[in-house]
Design a protein around this ligand. Structure first.
Ligand code: DX5
Ligand code: ZN
Length: 221
């Protein structure tokens, strides 16, 4: 399977979001990465639930890759209108009853993913592999764009990939954080399937988005 792009909308031109979404959709980009933050699990607030819901009005083919960096994420599902085709990633570190949250996502027709922060060991995922469609490996400390990659991230990506493959389940691995021009190929070689492209690549100043998407697609194919 070819590498999938998931551009990070919080890194785009936030004064022209509809145009940003339409350009990516028309380029055939598979997913749009929508970060929701509660200013509690991470000290930041980004896209709100109303905006995440509103994206459904403009998306034609591109699917939503919703990353909820918030405690007790279920409280936001209705407001985001989670449903068919969505990937919904919740943090292992933010859920009291992760199994219940994952089952709720599945019951809404969406694909449940578990995200782990840099200090969380991959082994915590083992109990949930039968309940998910993928994992998000955070390669930066979450909450802000532009953060440096955490040391040991490539080894962690390779270890998670092995764990997923050994499980016998067909699971995707998404990498989120500092997916840069010079590292994305290495991340692909470590087994990543989906790439959250933010300020370290697609949304660097002065790049033409069409050229940047073509370049990134080639690097992670
Ligand atoms: C970080 C967010 C990512 C991030 C990716 O918490 O989940 O979407 O913004 O962008 P860069 O490339 O700036 O890490
Ligand atoms: Zn994210």
């Amino acid at each position: 399977m070819k590498g999938l792009l998931s551009p990070s909308l919080m890194c785009a031109d936030v004064l022209n979001l509809e145009r940003e979404l339409t350009v990516l959709d028309d380029l055939g980009v598979e997913y749009i990465h929508l970060d929701f933050m509660d200013n509690h699990f991470v000290p930041n607030i980004t896209l709100d639930t109303g905006l995440i819901k509103a994206t459904k009005r403009v998306l034609k083919r591109m699917k939503r890759d919703i990353h909820i960096l918030a405690f007790e994420p279920q409280q936001y599902f209705d407001a985001m209108e989670i449903g068919d085709g969505d990937i919904v990633s919740v943090h292992y570190e933010a859920c009291e009853n992760l199994a219940e949250v994952l089952s709720d996502i599945r019951s809404r027709g969406a694909k449940p993913f578990v995200a782990i922060s840099p200090d969380t060991k991959p082994e915590v995922l083992l109990d949930y592999l039968s309940m998910i469609d993928g994992v998000v490996v955070m390669t930066v400390y979450p909450g802000f764009a532009g953060r440096p990659i955490v040391e040991g991230s490539m080894e962690k990506l390779a270890a998670v990939r092995k764990m997923l493959d050994d499980s016998g389940f067909d699971l995707l691995m998404e990498v989120d954080g500092h997916v840069s021009w010079d590292l994305c190929g290495q991340m692909r070689a470590c087994g990543a399937d989906m790439f959250v492209a933010g300020s370290s690549s697609l949304y660097q100043k002065g790049l033409d988005i069409k050229d940047a998407v073509a370049r990134m697609s080639e690097l992670v194919k």
